[in-house]
Write a protein of this length. Structure first.
Length: 505
């Protein structure tokens, strides 16, 4: 006698298989889905056995029974395999970020900070209802890179008023990074914001940067396009304390200076100022120097004596633009970096605007190392007729007068404990360009190399990585259950039923 209601058996086996997938899950909706499938699968199989109880007694000795038994065994093996794989995945999770923008991968800076942790930290996300998919994904990523020392918790401030009061929470969307004794606040669900809060928490002491003024340098607190406020703010986030220094009225560079920064001077230095800078370097000081083209600062001979040549030129990098043809390239986009701690982590381009050549000048003094760290393209050249470029917007490469590229435009110099980074441009630091491409990473890595802060010689998190569609937890669960689970399950069950029907037909 043929078996009746065979689809019940295949539907039951299918439910058992999909139920076994999430039997070890920690998410409520998946546990519920698993239990419903296991119960439904068991009910279908029991119903099938009950309906065919009499037929099964005469069914098993036959040839048809053997084929049916084989099918059932294979199905049960499939269910067992799925359960074993699910258990293995639960015990040994593997994480892969397949998004184009690497939304679920931390920056090199964040990973370096997490690897430097020596004591546990907790990250609280104060969100409505204690649920927020975007915040949870971000904090899971931090936890993934150091699960032993990073814990996180999503908190509804209305349900935990004690925590909200302790950290001064007045609105949703605030993150708190704490080691138990002190804390720092992040106000956005962005890696950049959370990592900056972690930096503030972990820094042990401020490194002092003196920003020189009095020669037309760019302003530290100037928030306009030409100012340095964005650069200065980021330095403070990375543990630097920025002070101003008028060297003409000071006896020397202050003793607490970790770095002396001279950014974009327009007027010549006095001889006594240069002597004070030299004395600072002789004592093992650190100098961050950005010199624009078409300026004479009297620092050029000083650099030449140290083994660094600041060219009296402007680097041209001709560019081809659609419908325009070749145009005068005064804003080189650079992607050629030498192997150095400042640039080793840079994987993208940096943008400069009107830059002069900076290169080692041989033979170098004894005990001095000077390495070019950034170069323009081979098609570029150092144009010595600056007047023609600036006044007439014309430039041609002249053999014997100009120098063919690639042109070094930044040099890292070292002698004993003394260090210096020289850039042939200060525009890449200004507010309008600082966060373009990898400018910030190059600028900040240079400063951290001078301060011997190797942890921060990395690529930093960028502000906005992806666009997000905000859904409630219930909407997310509904989309996931129907789109990822129920529809594929029904198709799988239908496929088994059709396969059995065609095999018997």
């Amino acid at each position: 006698m043929p078996l009746r209601f065979r689809p019940l058996l295949f539907l039951g086996l299918c439910c058992l298989a999909f139920g076994a997938l999430f039997i070890f899950s920690s998410q409520t909706v998946l546990v519920l889905y698993s239990r419903v499938n296991l119960a439904l699968g068991g009910l279908c199989i029991l119903s099938f056995v009950a309906i065919n109880a009499h037929s099964l007694k005469t069914f098993f000795p036959g040839k048809e029974a053997r084929r049916f038994s084989e099918t059932t065994v294979y199905a049960l093996l499939f269910v067992a395999t799925l359960a074993a794989l699910n258990f293995f995945a639960y015990r040994h999770p593997v994480r892969a970020d397949l998004t184009q923008e690497k939304v679920f991968t931390l920056s090199e800076q964040s990973k370096a900070l997490l690897s430097e942790l020596r004591s546990p930290i907790t990250i609280y996300a104060f969100v409505k209802g204690g649920q927020n998919a975007r915040a949870e994904d971000l904090l899971k990523t931090y936890h993934h890179y150091n699960p032993g020392l990073v814990r996180y918790e999503l908190v509804d401030p209305n349900q935990r008023p004690d925590l909200a009061e302790k950290y001064g929470i007045r609105r949703y969307g605030i993150f708190i990074v704490t080691d138990g004794s002190k804390f720092r606040m992040a106000e956005e669900a962005l890696e950049e914001s959370v990592t900056n809060a972690m930096l503030g928490l972990l820094k042990t002491r401020d490194r002092v940067v003196y920003l020189l003024e009095g020669h037309g340098e760019r302003g530290a607190q100037d928030g306009g396009e030409e100012g340095l406020k964005t650069f200065m703010d980021q330095l403070e986030r990375e543990g630097f304390r920025v002070k101003s220094l008028l060297l003409a009225s000071a006896e020397k560079v202050p003793d607490d200076a970790n770095v002396l920064a001279i950014v974009g001077p327009k007027k010549p230095f006095l001889d006594e100022e240069i002597e004070r800078v030299k004395a600072y370097l002789d004592k093992g000081g650190k100098l961050y120097l950005c010199l624009d083209p078409n300026t004479q600062t009297n620092l050029e001979p000083f650099l030449a004596n140290l083994g660094v040549e600041a060219g009296n030129d402007i680097v041209i990098d001709m560019q081809l633009r659609l419908f325009q043809g070749p145009v005068l390239g005064l804003d080189p986009i650079v992607q050629d970096y030498e192997m150095h701690p400042i640039t080793k982590s840079l994987t993208g381009r940096t943008l400069f605007s009107m830059v002069r050549s900076i290169r080692p000048k041989g033979p170098l003094p004894k005990g001095v190392s000077a390495e070019p760290i950034v170069k323009t393209s081979p098609a570029s050249w150092a144009e010595t007729d600056i007047h023609r470029v600036l006044e007439k917007s014309e430039a041609t490469m002249e053999e014997g007068k100009d120098v063919q590229g690639p042109m070094p435009i930044a040099v890292a110099w070292q002698k004993g404990d003394a260090r210096m980074v020289v850039f042939g441009d200060s525009d890449f630091l200004k507010n309008a360009l600082f966060n373009r491409l990898f400018n910030a990473d190059l600028a900040l890595n240079g400063m951290n190399w001078l301060a011997e802060n190797t942890t921060l010689l990395t690529i930093r998190p960028k502000g906005g990585k992806a666009a997000f569609l905000f859904l409630t937890p219930a909407q997310i669960d509904t989309i996931f259950v129907f789109g990822v689970l129920i529809i594929p399950q029904l198709l799988f069950a239908l496929g088994l039923i059709v396969w059995d029907w065609r095999r018997r037909g």
